[in-house]
Design a protein around this ligand. Structure first.
Ligand code: GUN
Length: 294
C-alpha cells in the first residue's frame, strides 16, 4: 500500500508554477494575482483562505484578501465582485463558501466573470467541463487529477465510484474521471444519499472517491482489496483531548481501510493540499489568458 502524500505532490506542482512565475518576472511581466473574498469568520473558511494566501506568496503570486463582515448585504458583496471583474490587475477571483444564509451563493457564483472564475463554479465553466472544452476546473477535482498524474495512477478502463454529487467536488470529479483525457477514461458511478445497495457498489470500485462530508463513513467492508482510495473529507470533529478542541477527520476510516488498498490519501495531508495546487494552476492559466487577450 502506498500513501498518496498531498504535500509531496502539491510541492511538485508549486515548484513548476514558481519556475513559470520566475520566468515571467525575468521578462519584466507582473506576477499572477488572486483575489479572495472571505465573508464572516467561519473557523474552517479562515484556515482555508489563509492557506490559499500563504501558498500564493510561496509560489510568487500576488494575492489580495478582502474581508467582509458576516452581516454584509448581498448587493455590497456583488458590487465588490464587479469591481474585481473590472480590475485588470486581478486574474482570479474566489469567494470562500459557505456564505451566510441571507446571501445567494448561486448569485455570487454567477457574478464572478467566467474568465476570472478560478474556482470553476460558474455555470459557463461547469458547462465547458461537461463538453470537454478548455475552462476552469473546480480546484479539488483538478487537484485530485494532478495527484493521480503525480503518482502515475492508471485509470483507463477502471471502475471509479464517486460518493457525493456536489457541484464543488463529486459532480465535476465524475465528469473528469469519465472524460477521454489523461487520468480519465474510467467507467464512473456516482453514488449519493439516495443510492441503494451502496456497499455493493463501493465494493466494485477500483477507484473510490469519497466526497460526502461524513467522517469515517467508508469502512473496510466497503472497499475492494487493492482499490485506490481518495478521501476528500475534511470535517472538524470535536475532541477535548486535541489542542484546538477538534480533530480533522476524512470520509474514510483510514486505520482499517488503508491496509486493504493499493494506495490511499491521508487526511490531513492528502487532497486538501492538492486543492490549493489546482487553484494556483487555474490562476496562472487565467493570467496567461488575460495577457493573451490584451
Ligand atoms: N468551500 C469549500 N471548498 C471550496 C472551494 O474549493 N472554493 C471555495 N471558494 N469555497 C470552498
Amino acid at each position: 500500500m502506498i500513501i498518496l502524500n498531498g504535500k509531496v505532490a502539491a510541492q511538485a506542482v508549486k515548484e513548476t508554477l514558481k519556475a513559470q512565475v520566475e520566468k515571467l518576472n525575468a521578462l519584466g511581466h507582473r506576477p499572477p494575482k488572486l483575489a479572495a473574498i472571505l465573508v464572516g469568520n467561519n473557523g474552517a473558511s479562515e484556515t482555508y483562505v489563509a492557506g490559499k494566501v500563504k501558498n500564493c506568496a510561496e509560489t510568487g503570486f500576488e494575492s489580495l484578501l478582502i474581508r467582509l463582515d458576516a452581516t454584509v448585504n448581498e448587493a455590497t458583496l456583488l458590487q465588490t465582485i464587479e469591481q474585481l471583474n473590472q480590475d485588470n490587475t486581478v486574474d482570479g477571483i474566489l469567494v470562500q463558501l459557505p456564505l451566510p444564509k441571507h446571501i445567494s451563493e448561486q448569485k455570487v457564483i454567477e457574478t464572478i466573470h467566467p474568465a476570472k472564475d478560478v474556482d470553476g463554479f460558474h455555470p459557463v465553466n461547469a458547462g465547458k467541463l461537461v463538453q470537454g472544452l478548455p475552462g476552469f476546473i473546480p480546484a479539488t477535482p483538478y487537484g485530485i487529477m494532478l495527484m493521480l498524474k503525480h503518482f502515475h495512477i492508471q485509470t483507463k478502463g477502471k471502475h471509479a465510484v464517486v460518493l457525493g454529487r456536489s457541484n464543488i467536488v463529486g459532480r465535476p470529479m465524475s465528469i473528469l474521471l469519465s472524460s477521454n483525457i489523461p487520468y480519465g477514461n474510467c467507467t464512473v458511478t456516482i453514488a449519493h444519499s439516495q443510492t441503494q445497495h451502496l456497499k455493493d457498489i463501493c465494493l466494485q470500485a477500483d477507484i473510490l472517491v469519497a466526497a460526502l462530508g461524513k467522517p469515517e463513513f467508508v469502512t473496510a467492508d466497503m472497499v475492494k482489496p487493492g482499490a485506490i482510495v481518495i478521501d476528500v473529507g475534511i470535517t472538524r470533529v470535536e475532541d477535548a483531548t486535541a489542542k484546538k478542541g477538534f480533530r480533522i477527520k476524512g470520509d474514510v476510516a483510514f486505520q482499517e481501510v488503508a491496509p486493504k488498498t493499493a494506495a490511499i490519501t491521508p487526511v490531513p495531508g492528502g487532497v486538501g493540499l492538492m486543492t490549493i495546487a489546482g487553484l494556483l494552476t487555474n490562476t496562472l492559466q487565467a493570467y496567461l489568458n488575460n495577457q493573451k487577450a490584451k
